[in-house]
Write a new protein. Structure first.
Length: 230
């Protein structure tokens, strides 16, 4: 039986946990997101569809095995708050929560359930120090819990700090990400199926730059997962 704590109950009454999306009070077993909003997330379900629209974005550019995103992202939608809180408000735990929800769906796809290792798109050390965490790494934590696959944060590294991608043209985004990633060891991932993870897929230029570095490894197979796709 749960021990009665009047101070905790008073604190929860005065400062209740609220759903990030709708602002309503969360129930005891809800975390960051109420069940109503969770069920309302506009999922892509692309993990169940080979040759889906976002996989086609990479055709002729870099070799990928599979690609999916958990949900569709639109500016101004209530679900924009999820990504904003994750990336800019220090709410890194929402990445882990959403990663777990997404991973439950990924288990229905043999292609994604069979990955060997999960790798987040790395931040440059200066940006990591400023933000205090890598949001993609926290998404990986949630995926790892459900998929039961290890997370590798040491093999793929960012060697050059680039300026923000916001408001850049497609060409400027590609030029801005050229050669910014390298491998610390070109044999660690040999023969592995890697799941590369980021928060949002827009033009895909950052992910492509990661893949250009990863494919320096022999017999590697790369799939992509993002929380959202624009």
């Amino acid at each position: 039986m749960k021990k009665f704590n009047p101070f905790a109950d008073f604190f929860n009454l005065m400062y209740p946990d609220l759903c990030i999306v709708c602002g309503e009070n969360l129930l005891k077993n809800e975390h960051h997101l109420c069940l109503s909003c969770l069920h309302g997330i506009p999922k892509t379900n692309y993990h169940l569809l080979a040759d889906n629209p976002i996989e086609k974005r990479f055709w002729g550019k870099v070799p990928i095995y599979r690609c999916t995103a958990f949900f569709f992202f639109q500016k101004g939608s209530p679900f924009q708050k999820l990504l904003h809180c994750l990336k800019y408000k220090g709410n890194k735990e929402i990445g882990q929560v959403l990663g777990k929800y997404a991973a439950v769906d990924l288990l229905d796809s043999p292609d994604f359930a069979s990955v060997d290792v999960i790798i987040p798109v790395p931040l440059h050390p200066k940006k990591y120090q400023k933000r205090g965490y890598n949001q993609s790494e926290w998404i990986c934590k949630g995926l790892s819990e459900i998929l039961e696959k290890p997370v590798d944060i040491t093999t793929l590294i960012r060697v050059r700090e680039n300026t923000t991608q916001t408001k850049k043209t497609v060409f400027e985004r590609y030029s801005n990400t050229e050669g910014i990633f390298e491998l610390s060891n070109k044999t660690t991932l040999s023969g592995k199926h890697v799941l590369l993870v980021d928060d949002v897929l827009t033009t895909g230029s950052t992910l492509e730059a990661c893949i250009h570095a990863l494919i320096e490894t022999e017999e590697i197979r790369v799939s992509i997962f993002t929380l959202a796709v624009a």
